[in-house]
Design a binder for this molecule. Structure first.
Ligand code: GLP
Length: 246
């Protein structure tokens, strides 16, 4: 794993965006795995700015997002589809026919939806770069701490830690946060050819220590990344603060 500690979120976003832009310019039909949450927002801004300067086109890429809340409509302001449209897709020339999401379906449809998504990633030839954030409890996508690493997309019951971290977005519009989500499995993430993870802020320091220096265990889902051959982790000083200390 390459661990790169930078001054702030802006410096991180420049380097992370650069990796993605280079990938697209080397292979116009790249398959990109995108993440939501606060961590990648600045990176998406840098990509939009490059697009506006005519340095990159997203027209031919295929995208797969990591996860989506269950029981949510894609036009809901808190859906991850809406987030991606708002932060990246709607501001570039991305072809929406090539944008893939797990849909926020009802529980009874989840199994078929997960199977569809798994096959769709396979048909696309796999993911070239998967961008990731990390939860304060070490989750990636919505792979919550548990007893096993899941291979394929699945329906997950969210932990209290995640509900506490994300409820604010729903409360802001007077809504209640769903307690279930659909997410790529750890296997889907690990099959990506390259992985770029971004973390900032002191609240992520414990999870980052477990990811980089802890044992590989489903109790910290992100720790599995130690076994991937091409992972770059961008941190600010706060999120890196516990590294190297016992
Ligand atoms: C969310 C998402 C993850 C994200 C993580 C961190 O719940 N499911 O994909 O990486 O939690 O979010 P943030 O970047 O807002 O801290």
């Amino acid at each position: 794993m390459k661990v790169i500690v930078l001054e702030n979120a802006f410096e991180i976003s420049k380097q992370a965006a650069d990796i993605i832009i280079r990938q697209i310019n080397n292979k116009h039909g790249s398959v990109l795995g995108f993440a939501t949450g606060a961590s990648p927002v600045e990176t998406y801004k840098r990509i939009v700015e490059s697009y506006e300067r005519g340095e990159v086109s997203l027209k031919h890429i295929t995208t797969f997002n990591l996860d989506e809340y269950a029981d949510i409509d894609r036009e809901n302001v808190n859906s991850y589809y809406y987030f991606m449209k708002d932060n990246l897709f709607g501001k570039t020339d991305v072809n929406f026919d090539k944008v893939n999401f797990l849909s926020g379906v009802k529980h009874e449809e989840a199994e078929a939806e997960c199977e569809r998504y798994y096959n769709k990633i396979k048909e696309a030839g796999g993911i070239d770069i998967q961008l990731l954030g990390i939860g304060v409890n070490g989750h990636i996508g919505f792979n919550e701490p548990g007893d096993e690493f899941m291979d394929r997309p699945f329906l997950v019951e969210l932990t209290q830690s995640t509900i506490d971290a994300n409820s604010k977005y729903f409360e802001a519009v007077g809504a209640k946060m769903p307690h279930y989500a659909l997410t790529m499995g750890i296997g889907d993430i690990m099959r990506a050819k390259k992985i770029v993870l971004i973390a900032t802020g002191a609240s992520k320091a414990k999870a980052i220590k477990a990811l980089v220096e802890g044992e590989v265990t489903p109790e910290c889902p992100a720790s599995i990344l130690q076994l991937h051959s091409d992972v770059t982790i961008f941190l600010d000083k706060e999120s890196a603060a516990l590294l190297g200390n016992s």
